[in-house]
Design a protein around this ligand. Structure first.
Ligand code: UD1
Length: 421
């Protein structure tokens, strides 16, 4: 398993670009299953999850045609099998996103049930209940979700989500585009990635209003056509670079990004003492050499503070002045970075869904283990500010969400190398 070896080396300084958003690219790739004709997607990030997603579509008969600069063309009318096998779904939970499009376009689908996950139980009951409300007949047998649309077409329905679910909203949004009649999704996720997916579906001919609010209304159409679409920038990758600069008292400019998707994160960075300047497609953070101040965080659905930035802020608080409380309200087991950070000398007390982080002036390098995608980002940030060398093991987690992590961080002055093993 590959490892990252990082030597603490003062402030993170310089300019770096944001890649396309993984969490936007994955539903958009699934949405191509709805089309009759080629959909060309650009600004895809070069990540393992994208490769897994393309492999999944390929298994169904939709062979991706790769173009320059991570552009891919896919045509949903080429589907031969509506089957998502366990061996791919277990690699990537977001594979569940093919369920809605397959069912809506082809009237049936067989998708492996995703298993547990390091950060919590992560059920998909709301995806299934929503599709049932649209008339689908669904059974779960032998680890597979088997779904059929009677008469070959789903029906529009009013669906109220019990809890805000991002991929649940996306699955039902995609399913509703080809359903017979109007679907109303209430208590829908407002995440920018949901909006990006809706914009792509609209470019394919879907009729959608209200995306970006908690009520999305979809008028089903008979068919969707091909289009060209560019994936939005990754707000979590952007936020991770900003936190790395804030924790290390540095100055960074992230380009090809969107400040309007990061309001809650930028507000917390300002509270931590950063000076933030933004433009049309860039964000600059300057700590002016100061130590950050600890901040209190409570994760919640967008537009509140994202759970995917929680671990990075625990690392920031670990070296900040004062004590910060971090409350995780979305996933029940998303604090596995805490034990590893404490091994590097952090002072973090964990009680239930709350981490109380008392900042210390210095962390020390240590061998640590990545446990999930964002936990690994927090370990990288800690390693950048620690004295000495840190070896981060199991970095396949970080490769799932951060494109060219070594190249990008090296460009910001971080001493980092990958060791294959
Ligand atoms: C997505 C993101 C992930 C992010 C998360 C929350 C993608 C590919 N992944 O994950 O990076 O951390 O949103 O912002 O976009 N729930 C249920 N039943 C369901 C579905 C969800 O109870 O059927 C619960 C979950 O257990 C969790 C909460 O709803 O407690 C939110 O989860 P959800 O928004 O669905 O997360 P994902 O879409 O899996």
């Amino acid at each position: 398993m590959d490892k990252l070896i990082i030597t603490g080396n003062g402030p993170v300084n310089g300019e770096v670009w944001a890649s396309g958003a993984k969490n936007s690219a994955l539903p958009i790739l699934a949405a191509t299953l709805l089309s009759e004709g080629p959909v060309t997607i650009s600004n895809l990030p070069h990540l393992q999850d994208i490769t897994t997603s393309l492999e999944l579509l390929g298994r169904m008969g939709v062979e991706p045609v790769m173009g320059d600069n991570m552009t891919v063309q896919l045509d949903g009318s080429k589907v031969e099998h509506c089957h998502a096998p366990y061996e791919l779904v277990k690699k990537m939970r977001a594979s569940i996103l093919v369920l809605g499009p397959l069912l809506a376009h082809f009237g049936s689908a067989e998708v492996s049930l995703p298993g547990g996950c390091a950060i919590g139980s992560r059920p998909v009951d709301l995806h299934i209940r929503g599709l049932e409300a649209m008339g689908a007949e669904i059974s779960v047998e032998n680890g597979y979700i088997r779904a059929k649309a009677p008469g070959g077409r789903l029906k529009g329905a009013r669906i109220v989500f019990d809890v805000v679910t991002v991929t649940g909203t996306e699955n039902l949004l995609m399913a509703a585009t080809l359903a017979d009649g109007r679907t109303v999704l209430e208590n829908a996720a407002r995440e920018p990635e949901v909006v990006d997916l809706a914009e792509c579906l609209i470019a394919m001919g879907a009729r959608i209003i209200g995306h970006g609010t908690d009520t999305i209304v979809i008028e089903g159409v008979e068919r969707l056509h091909g289009c060209e679409y560019s994936v939005m920038p990754d707000r979590i990758e952007t936020g991770t670079f900003l936190v790395a600069a804030a924790a290390s008292r540095g100055k960074v400019r992230v380009t090809r990004t969107r400040a309007d998707t990061l309001d809650a994160v930028l507000a917390k960075l300002e509270e931590a003492g950063a000076t933030i300047t933004t433009g049309d497609d860039w964000i600059e953070l300057d700590m002016q050499g100061k130590r950050p101040k600890a901040v209190n965080i409570r994760t919640a659905p967008y537009p509140a503070f994202p759970t995917d930035m929680q671990a990075q802020f625990v690392a920031l608080n670990a070296v900040a002045e004062g004590t910060g409380t971090v409350i995780e309200t979305i996933f029940e087991n998303r604090f596995m970075h805490v034990q590893e950070l404490n091994r590097m000398g952090a002072h973090i007390a964990l009680e239930g869904n709350t981490a109380v982080v008392t900042g210390t002036e210095r962390l020390s390098g240590a061998p640590v283990m990545a446990t999930d995608l964002r936990a690994s980002a927090s370990l990288v940030i800690a390693a950048i500010v620690a004295d000495g060398e840190t070896m981060v093991d199991r970095i396949y987690h970080i490769d799932r969400g951060y494109e060219c992590i070594e190249e990008k961080l090296s460009g910001l002055g971080v001493i980092i190398r990958r060791s294959a093993g």
